[in-house]
Design a protein around this ligand. Structure first.
Ligand SMILES: Cc1cc2nc3c(=O)[nH]c(=O)nc-3n(C[C@H](O)[C@H](O)[C@H](O)COP(=O)(O)OP(=O)(O)OC[C@H]3O[C@@H](n4cnc5c(N)ncnc54)[C@H](O)[C@@H]3O)c2cc1C
Length: 432
């Protein structure tokens, strides 16, 4: 019997899903598939990686739903090339449906898979799913990509109509899943990883939180942000449903979703940002790159409590509040003059919500090297930031309980001295 495959990647849900919707409407039975891609897994140093636990949990939930529909998820551990080789010999495949994935590795992978399938006359259909607008959909009137957020967001909003926010009604077509007995999903241990704790944020924050988001979002001691980043990263929520809610409830929250798309758009049009400064002259900066200082920053022992709290929260939970990400990133690049790429790589290892585009965008913003970045001479003062955003030190005390003890280290650099040094070093590089 001919079937079609729906290949899940960073879209781990069975509702409002573009590729799945189109696959189910193709008229052929749909086999849902997922690859634990060894090209990606082999680069993960930490074998107890929370992201693998998150993905595994999401697959189990999908599997339960699929079993209720008489079907099963087919999970493969290996490379995508090996997976498709195996599936092609197991099923008579007419086409593969999947959603666009924009990162450089994903683009290369998909080109290779499309070619591999094409050689056997199997079609490869891809759809926009994880963003409202992608690629060249929101560009300047002259067709060039935006590099400044505000005009981009204005155009983004002006292009938005009911159509882009419409859900794909997958539920209507559930009888079109291929019926077959369950195929077990490999355990984390079977793919070389360890289970981790599961303090993942819920995927359905209260409307009231979103409604008051603009007032609460900057205070790390509060539950004032949605904590949806990991769900957006792995597609366990639908961006269309979320953006529709944001449009109704809070414009500031909608703007944050647009920042996410802005950075994805930047990565698409300017792939050199992976590894290089968006503004090339910033690659002339003479970073100090002091390894011992980097280790103190990673461990949360800089003597600046707000930085240390953030770094410890990151290590302990895989999360850091956005305001604190900005302060910690600015501290590394400006106060310590350590290359933003070191910080970017450390966050990439630790963040549960790690996303190449947003992480790179955030780091280059903090370092001043990015598009629409903070001007380099604006150096965050961690003490003033604390007074504004963690006045009674509730967040700091949670993560740095010894902050008032003698055991807590003195600041590893004096703010004013470090600020002057940063201005000199940046100034020298950018003057040339
Ligand atoms: C140095 C640095 C690194 C970052 N790395 C990442 C990363 O790897 N992955 C990631 O998802 N976000 C990253 N961000 C952006 C932001 O910090 C997180 O998205 C946010 O803290 C996640 O918490 P939340 O879901 O409660 O966000 P909320 O404040 O509730 O925002 C809702 C959603 O909007 C998006 N969003 C919010 N702020 C930003 C932003 N500045 N840039 C892009 N998208 C945004 C996220 O998808 C987020 O889930 C980084 C920011 C900085 C300064």
């Amino acid at each position: 019997m001919k079937v079609v495959l729906c290949w899940f990647r960073r879209d781990l849900r069975l509702h409002d899903h573009a590729a799945l919707y189109h696959a189910l409407r193709s008229g052929l039975p749909v086999v849902p598939v997922f690859v634990f891609d060894t090209h990606i897994l082999r680069d993960l140093e930490d074998k107890a990686d929370r992201r693998l636990q998150f993905i595994h949990d999401a697959l189990i939930r999908m599997q339960q739903e699929l079993q209720a529909a008489g079907s099963t998820l087919h999970v493969f551990h290996g490379t995508p090339e090996e997976a498709f080789q195996a599936w092609v010999s197991h099923y008579d495949i007419a086409a593969v449906y999947t959603n666009h994935d924009y990162e450089p590795y994903a683009r290369q992978r998909d080109t290779a898979v499309a070619k591999q399938l094409g050689e056997q006359n199997i079609a490869f259909h891809t759809y926009k799913d994880q963003v409202i607008f992608d690629k060249g959909e929101v560009v300047k009137d002259n067709g060039e990509p935006y590099t400044v957020f505000t005009p981009y967001s204005r155009k983004w909003k002006s292009r938005l109509d009911g159509f882009q926010l419409k859900s794909y009604l997958v539920e209507k077509y559930k009888q079109h899943f291929h019926r077959q007995p369950p195929i077990p999903i490999p355990t984390l241990r079977e793919i070389g990883f360890e289970p981790t704790e599961r303090n993942f944020p819920p995927d359905d924050p209260e409307d009231a939180l979103i409604r008051h988001y603009d007032q609460t979002r900057d205070f790390p001691a509060q539950q004032g942000t949605s904590r949806l980043s990991v769900h957006l990263r792995f597609g366990t929520v639908s961006i269309r449903q979320l953006a529709a809610k944001a449009r109704q409830l809070n414009e500031t929250f909608l703007n944050e979703l647009i920042w996410r798309e802005f950075y994805q758009m930047i990565l698409w049009h300017f792939p050199h940002v992976v590894g290089e400064s968006f503004k090339k002259e910033y690659d002339r900066i003479q970073w100090r790159n002091h390894e011992k200082e980097f280790e103190r920053w990673c461990a949360g022992n800089t003597g600046y409590p707000i930085v240390d709290a953030g770094m410890r929260e990151l290590k302990a939970t895989g999360f850091m509040h956005n305001r604190v990400r900005m302060i910690a990133a600015s501290f590394l690049t400006k106060h310590l003059l350590i290359d933003w790429r070191w910080g970017e790589a450390y966050f990439a290892k630790k963040l549960l919500d790690y996303d190449l585009a947003s992480n790179n965008g955030g780091w280059q913003w903090a370092a001043g090297s990015g598009c629409d970045a903070a001007p380099y001479f604006r150096v965050f003062n961690p003490t003033l930031q604390t007074q504004r955003f963690d006045k009674d030190m509730a967040y700091i005390r949670k993560w740095v309980p010894e902050v008032d003890e003698l055991t807590y280290p003195a600041p590893m650099v004096v703010h004013e001295v470090a600020r002057k040094r940063a201005l000199e070093v940046y100034g020298k590089a950018l003057k040339k």
